[in-house]
Design a protein around this ligand. Sequence first.
Ligand code: DC
Length: 228
Amino acid sequence: MESKSIALDGPAGAGKSTLAKKAAKHFGLIYVDTGALYRCVGLYAILKKAASVDSLAIASLLPKIEIEMKYDEHGTQHMFLCGADVTEDIRLPEVSKFASDVSAMPPVREFLLSTQRDMAVKYDVIMDGRDIGTVVLPNAGLKIFITADEKTRAKRRYDELIEKGIETTFFEVLNDMKIRDKNDSERAIAPLKISDDAVLLDTTQLDFEQSFEALCKLIGNRLELEMV
Ligand code: DC
Protein backbone atom coordinates (compact mmCIF):
# COMPACT_ATOMS: atom_id res chain seq x y z
CA MET A 1 0.00 0.00 0.00
CA GLU A 2 1.46 3.32 -1.05
CA SER A 3 0.79 5.03 2.27
CA LYS A 4 3.09 2.52 3.98
CA SER A 5 5.83 3.10 1.43
CA ILE A 6 8.90 5.22 1.83
CA ALA A 7 10.17 7.40 -1.00
CA LEU A 8 13.87 8.11 -0.91
CA ASP A 9 15.17 10.59 -3.45
CA GLY A 10 18.46 12.37 -3.91
CA PRO A 11 21.46 12.87 -6.18
CA ALA A 12 23.98 10.22 -7.23
CA GLY A 13 26.35 9.10 -4.49
CA ALA A 14 24.29 10.44 -1.59
CA GLY A 15 24.26 6.95 -0.05
CA LYS A 16 20.60 6.23 -0.81
CA SER A 17 21.02 2.63 -1.89
CA THR A 18 23.31 1.41 0.92
CA LEU A 19 21.17 3.14 3.53
CA ALA A 20 17.89 1.97 2.01
CA LYS A 21 19.09 -1.65 1.75
CA LYS A 22 19.97 -1.74 5.44
CA ALA A 23 16.79 0.09 6.46
CA ALA A 24 14.71 -2.38 4.42
CA LYS A 25 16.15 -5.29 6.41
CA HIS A 26 15.72 -3.44 9.69
CA PHE A 27 12.05 -2.61 9.12
CA GLY A 28 11.04 -5.63 7.03
CA LEU A 29 10.44 -3.65 3.83
CA ILE A 30 11.26 -4.47 0.23
CA TYR A 31 14.04 -2.30 -1.14
CA VAL A 32 13.44 -1.11 -4.70
CA ASP A 33 16.33 0.51 -6.54
CA THR A 34 14.64 2.33 -9.43
CA GLY A 35 17.92 3.61 -10.91
CA ALA A 36 18.58 -0.02 -11.87
CA LEU A 37 15.60 0.14 -14.26
CA TYR A 38 17.02 3.19 -16.08
CA ARG A 39 20.41 1.49 -16.09
CA CYS A 40 18.88 -1.55 -17.82
CA VAL A 41 17.47 0.68 -20.57
CA GLY A 42 20.90 2.37 -20.83
CA LEU A 43 22.68 -0.96 -21.08
CA TYR A 44 20.26 -2.16 -23.75
CA ALA A 45 20.95 1.00 -25.78
CA ILE A 46 24.69 0.34 -25.50
CA LEU A 47 24.28 -3.27 -26.60
CA LYS A 48 22.20 -2.14 -29.59
CA LYS A 49 24.75 0.56 -30.39
CA ALA A 50 22.23 3.39 -30.09
CA ALA A 51 23.52 6.85 -29.14
CA SER A 52 22.44 7.75 -25.60
CA VAL A 53 20.89 11.03 -26.79
CA ASP A 54 19.09 9.62 -29.84
CA SER A 55 15.56 9.70 -28.43
CA LEU A 56 13.94 8.26 -31.57
CA ALA A 57 16.28 5.27 -31.60
CA ILE A 58 15.84 4.71 -27.85
CA ALA A 59 12.03 4.93 -28.12
CA SER A 60 12.05 2.37 -30.93
CA LEU A 61 14.00 -0.07 -28.71
CA LEU A 62 11.55 0.08 -25.80
CA PRO A 63 9.04 -2.53 -27.05
CA LYS A 64 11.89 -5.05 -27.25
CA ILE A 65 13.13 -4.45 -23.72
CA GLU A 66 12.09 -6.93 -21.05
CA ILE A 67 13.16 -6.02 -17.55
CA GLU A 68 12.56 -8.18 -14.50
CA MET A 69 13.38 -7.40 -10.90
CA LYS A 70 13.93 -10.48 -8.79
CA TYR A 71 14.83 -10.84 -5.14
CA ASP A 72 17.07 -13.52 -3.66
CA GLU A 73 16.70 -15.07 -0.20
CA HIS A 74 18.68 -12.18 1.33
CA GLY A 75 16.27 -9.64 -0.15
CA THR A 76 18.88 -8.49 -2.67
CA GLN A 77 17.49 -7.11 -5.92
CA HIS A 78 18.75 -8.72 -9.13
CA MET A 79 18.10 -7.22 -12.53
CA PHE A 80 17.33 -9.30 -15.60
CA LEU A 81 17.43 -7.78 -19.04
CA CYS A 82 15.79 -9.96 -21.72
CA GLY A 83 16.46 -12.98 -19.50
CA ALA A 84 20.14 -12.24 -18.70
CA ASP A 85 21.31 -11.32 -15.20
CA VAL A 86 22.83 -7.84 -15.64
CA THR A 87 22.99 -6.90 -11.95
CA GLU A 88 26.76 -6.24 -12.12
CA ASP A 89 26.98 -4.95 -15.71
CA ILE A 90 24.60 -2.06 -15.09
CA ARG A 91 26.99 -0.59 -12.49
CA LEU A 92 29.70 0.25 -15.03
CA PRO A 93 30.40 4.01 -15.35
CA GLU A 94 29.53 3.96 -19.07
CA VAL A 95 26.07 2.68 -18.19
CA SER A 96 25.61 5.50 -15.62
CA LYS A 97 26.00 8.08 -18.36
CA PHE A 98 23.57 6.27 -20.67
CA ALA A 99 21.06 5.80 -17.84
CA SER A 100 21.12 9.51 -17.07
CA ASP A 101 20.64 10.46 -20.74
CA VAL A 102 17.79 8.01 -21.42
CA SER A 103 16.08 8.94 -18.14
CA ALA A 104 15.41 12.41 -19.57
CA MET A 105 13.22 10.91 -22.32
CA PRO A 106 9.45 10.91 -21.63
CA PRO A 107 8.78 7.53 -23.35
CA VAL A 108 11.44 5.88 -21.17
CA ARG A 109 9.94 7.29 -17.97
CA GLU A 110 6.46 6.25 -19.06
CA PHE A 111 7.75 2.76 -19.93
CA LEU A 112 9.18 2.26 -16.41
CA LEU A 113 6.44 3.94 -14.36
CA SER A 114 4.03 1.02 -13.95
CA THR A 115 6.82 -1.40 -12.92
CA GLN A 116 7.70 0.95 -10.07
CA ARG A 117 4.11 1.63 -8.99
CA ASP A 118 3.23 -2.09 -9.13
CA MET A 119 5.98 -2.84 -6.62
CA ALA A 120 4.43 -0.41 -4.13
CA VAL A 121 1.00 -1.98 -4.66
CA LYS A 122 2.35 -5.48 -3.96
CA TYR A 123 4.75 -4.71 -1.12
CA ASP A 124 5.59 -2.20 1.58
CA VAL A 125 8.61 -0.68 -0.09
CA ILE A 126 11.46 1.66 0.51
CA MET A 127 12.04 2.92 -3.01
CA ASP A 128 15.01 5.01 -4.07
CA GLY A 129 15.35 7.22 -7.12
CA ARG A 130 15.02 10.81 -8.25
CA ASP A 131 11.26 11.33 -8.65
CA ILE A 132 9.77 8.81 -6.25
CA GLY A 133 8.23 11.38 -3.89
CA THR A 134 7.26 13.78 -6.66
CA VAL A 135 5.93 11.46 -9.40
CA VAL A 136 6.06 7.71 -8.76
CA LEU A 137 4.60 7.55 -5.24
CA PRO A 138 3.06 10.97 -4.52
CA ASN A 139 1.11 9.44 -1.59
CA ALA A 140 4.07 7.72 0.05
CA GLY A 141 3.80 7.67 3.86
CA LEU A 142 7.23 9.20 4.23
CA LYS A 143 9.38 11.10 1.75
CA ILE A 144 13.04 11.66 2.42
CA PHE A 145 15.51 13.60 0.30
CA ILE A 146 19.05 12.42 1.05
CA THR A 147 21.96 14.51 -0.05
CA ALA A 148 25.57 15.41 0.72
CA ASP A 149 27.97 17.89 -0.82
CA GLU A 150 29.37 17.09 -4.26
CA LYS A 151 32.93 16.17 -3.21
CA THR A 152 31.74 13.92 -0.41
CA ARG A 153 29.42 12.08 -2.81
CA ALA A 154 32.14 11.73 -5.44
CA LYS A 155 34.60 10.34 -2.87
CA ARG A 156 32.05 7.75 -1.71
CA ARG A 157 31.32 6.68 -5.30
CA TYR A 158 35.06 6.59 -6.12
CA ASP A 159 35.78 4.31 -3.12
CA GLU A 160 32.90 2.03 -4.16
CA LEU A 161 34.21 1.68 -7.73
CA ILE A 162 37.79 1.06 -6.61
CA GLU A 163 36.59 -1.61 -4.20
CA LYS A 164 34.86 -3.32 -7.12
CA GLY A 165 38.14 -3.23 -9.08
CA ILE A 166 36.91 -0.64 -11.59
CA GLU A 167 39.76 1.61 -12.76
CA THR A 168 39.03 5.31 -12.46
CA THR A 169 40.25 8.51 -10.81
CA PHE A 170 38.57 10.74 -8.25
CA PHE A 171 38.40 13.61 -10.75
CA GLU A 172 36.81 11.43 -13.40
CA VAL A 173 34.14 10.37 -10.89
CA LEU A 174 33.62 13.97 -9.72
CA ASN A 175 33.28 15.19 -13.28
CA ASP A 176 30.83 12.42 -14.26
CA MET A 177 28.81 13.19 -11.15
CA LYS A 178 28.62 16.92 -11.96
CA ILE A 179 27.35 16.13 -15.46
CA ARG A 180 24.84 13.61 -14.15
CA ASP A 181 23.57 15.95 -11.39
CA LYS A 182 23.07 18.67 -13.99
CA ASN A 183 21.25 16.31 -16.40
CA ASP A 184 19.08 14.84 -13.67
CA SER A 185 18.08 18.16 -12.11
CA GLU A 186 17.63 20.24 -15.24
CA ARG A 187 15.64 17.85 -17.43
CA ALA A 188 12.11 18.93 -18.30
CA ILE A 189 10.38 15.76 -17.12
CA ALA A 190 10.44 14.50 -13.51
CA PRO A 191 13.64 16.36 -12.59
CA LEU A 192 15.50 15.59 -9.40
CA LYS A 193 14.07 17.99 -6.82
CA ILE A 194 12.97 17.88 -3.26
CA SER A 195 9.25 17.32 -2.85
CA ASP A 196 7.44 19.99 -0.77
CA ASP A 197 6.47 17.36 1.80
CA ALA A 198 9.86 15.61 2.00
CA VAL A 199 12.25 15.63 4.95
CA LEU A 200 15.82 16.66 4.08
CA LEU A 201 18.65 14.44 5.33
CA ASP A 202 22.11 15.87 4.66
CA THR A 203 24.79 13.25 5.32
CA THR A 204 27.87 15.39 4.49
CA GLN A 205 29.04 15.43 8.10
CA LEU A 206 27.74 11.97 8.99
CA ASP A 207 29.44 8.60 8.65
CA PHE A 208 27.43 5.60 7.52
CA GLU A 209 26.27 4.55 10.98
CA GLN A 210 25.20 8.08 11.90
CA SER A 211 23.33 8.44 8.61
CA PHE A 212 21.62 5.11 9.19
CA GLU A 213 20.61 6.11 12.69
CA ALA A 214 19.15 9.39 11.39
CA LEU A 215 17.24 7.53 8.68
CA CYS A 216 15.87 4.95 11.14
CA LYS A 217 14.68 7.71 13.44
CA LEU A 218 12.74 9.32 10.60
CA ILE A 219 11.21 6.03 9.51
CA GLY A 220 10.45 4.83 13.03
CA ASN A 221 8.83 8.12 14.05
CA ARG A 222 6.65 8.50 11.02
CA LEU A 223 5.54 4.99 10.27
CA GLU A 224 5.72 3.43 13.72
CA LEU A 225 6.82 0.21 12.07
CA GLU A 226 7.89 -2.69 14.22
CA MET A 227 11.51 -3.75 14.01
CA VAL A 228 11.96 -7.26 12.57
O1 DC B 1 20.35 5.89 -8.86
P1 DC B 1 21.27 5.62 -10.05
O2 DC B 1 22.53 6.41 -10.02
O3 DC B 1 21.52 4.16 -10.23
O4 DC B 1 20.41 6.10 -11.33
C1 DC B 1 20.90 6.06 -12.65
C2 DC B 1 20.26 7.18 -13.46
O5 DC B 1 18.86 6.91 -13.62
C3 DC B 1 20.35 8.56 -12.82
O6 DC B 1 21.37 9.33 -13.43
C4 DC B 1 19.03 9.21 -13.08
C5 DC B 1 18.12 8.12 -13.48
N1 DC B 1 17.01 7.90 -12.54
C6 DC B 1 15.89 8.64 -12.71
O7 DC B 1 15.84 9.51 -13.59
N2 DC B 1 14.80 8.42 -11.92
C7 DC B 1 14.84 7.51 -10.95
N3 DC B 1 13.75 7.31 -10.20
C8 DC B 1 16.01 6.76 -10.74
C9 DC B 1 17.11 6.99 -11.54
